[in-house]
Design a protein around this ligand. Structure first.
Ligand code: SAM
Ligand code: SF4
Length: 336
């Protein structure tokens, strides 16, 4: 007879599978559509900002996450826009960490304000941080992000590592701008105990104007330079990155290849925008807004909506067929 411990039974009961049998245990939660950078593939100049009154409050975000935890969500990524431009994010981390069933709260940030908030984020229990950095060249940084802030980000990376926070660097390569920089970016994982991940550009929002740099080709180049590269089977994060180790490197290299290595069969996530739009897949414009349900019918009704969104998750994205992509929002308002 199978004997399960009480905690195993509890987890099995509240683990939610979508209609394709995928276990959905990860939610990306955007807290703002504002940003202090203007990355050209994410938030080019001129993008309109939502009024504050449209955003979920931190308490409302916590209420949704509590319901999500009841459905089996164990890991939450705080994202944006730039999450740290919104006041109260360290408190939000603390509130999310206090939810029974939430095992991990992490954040993705451009790093500009990270040094300032690092102590309070650590104290609130943040488990790890992803820092977006596409280039180590000052001019390129300014060209890509619109600001001369490379040193600020590098300083944040050092401080986060020194503070003992697990760090991942997220880099998007752009043809003819920073695509030759991968060896330097990768070398960060040799110099520091952090993972460097290359994310293929997805044809969403302003990103649709860029041709994606293939991670398949990138892997070939990395292998040529480092023939001793081996697959790293350890679990590093929440999602679809495939990791490799290079002898002598402290961290690993991760490839997130939405286009050239379609990972939909392993997808484990849902998303919520800062206004409460629940999204089951990045590719499609279909979303359900939870804000009014939460405000007028309460938390349990919101939880019901969440479960419907999980069940409605499509089998796969359609990034390879541009005319079928129905998402028209910018990445800045989805949260990556
Ligand atoms: N501001 C934070 C940051 O930069 O990490 C969080 C939000 S940002 C939208 C999250 C991630 O999405 C960043 O690593 C960014 O490079 C990535 N991103 C934005 N647009 C993208 C696109 N079209 N394709 C792939 N990644 C994209
Ligand atoms: Fe801002 Fe992050 Fe988008 Fe860059 S990628 S514009 S930092 S939200």
């Amino acid at each position: 007879m199978c004997t399960w411990s009480a905690s195993q039974v509890e987890r099995a009961v509240i683990t939610m599978l979508d209609s394709y049998g995928r276990r959905i245990d990860y939610m990306r939660v955007s807290v703002t559509d504002k940003c202090n950078l203007r990355c050209r593939y994410c938030m080019p100049e001129g993008v309109e900002i939502l009024p504050m009154s449209d955003l979920l409050t931190m308490e409302e975000i916590t209420a949704v996450c509590r319901q999500a935890a009841g459905l089996g969500i164990e890991k939450i990524k705080i994202t944006g826009g730039e999450p740290l431009v919104r006041r109260g994010v360290p408190d939000l981390v603390g509130m999310l960490k206090a939810i029974p069933g939430i095992r991990q709260v992490t954040m993705t940030t451009n790093g500009l304000l990270l040094s300032k908030y690092l102590p309070s984020l650590k104290e609130a229990g943040l488990d790890a941080v992803n820092i977006s950095l596409d280039t180590l060249n000052r001019e390129n940084y300014q060209q890509i992000t619109g600001k001369d802030q490379l040193e600020t980000v590098l300083s944040s990376i050092h401080k986060a590592v020194d503070a003992g926070l697990p760090v991942k660097i997220n880099a998007v390569l752009l043809h003819g701008i920073n695509d030759s920089e991968w060896p330097r970016l990768l070398a960060l994982a040799r110099e520091y105990p952090l993972d460097v991940r290359f994310i293929e550009m997805m044809p969403i929002g302003a990103g649709a104007a860029f041709e994606s740099v293939s991670n398949v080709l990138l892997l070939t180049k990395i292998r040529e330079k480092y023939p001793a590269l081996v697959k790293d089977e350890r679990i590093h994060g929440n999602g679809p990155a495939v990791y490799y180790r290079i002898p002598g490197f402290m961290g690993s290299v991760g490839l997130i290849s939405a286009l050239h290595d379609k990972f939909c069969s392993r997808c484990n996530r849902i998303r919520m925008t800062a206004t409460g739009d629940l999204k089951a897949c990045l590719c499609y414009g279909t979303s359900v807004n939870i804000r009014e349900t939460l405000r007028s019918q309460g938390e349990t009704a919101a939880g019901h909506l969440l479960s419907q969104v999980i069940l409605s998750k499509p089998e796969a994205h359609c990034f390879e067929e541009k005319n079928r992509i129905s998402e028209t929002k910018k990445m800045i308002s989805i949260g990556g």
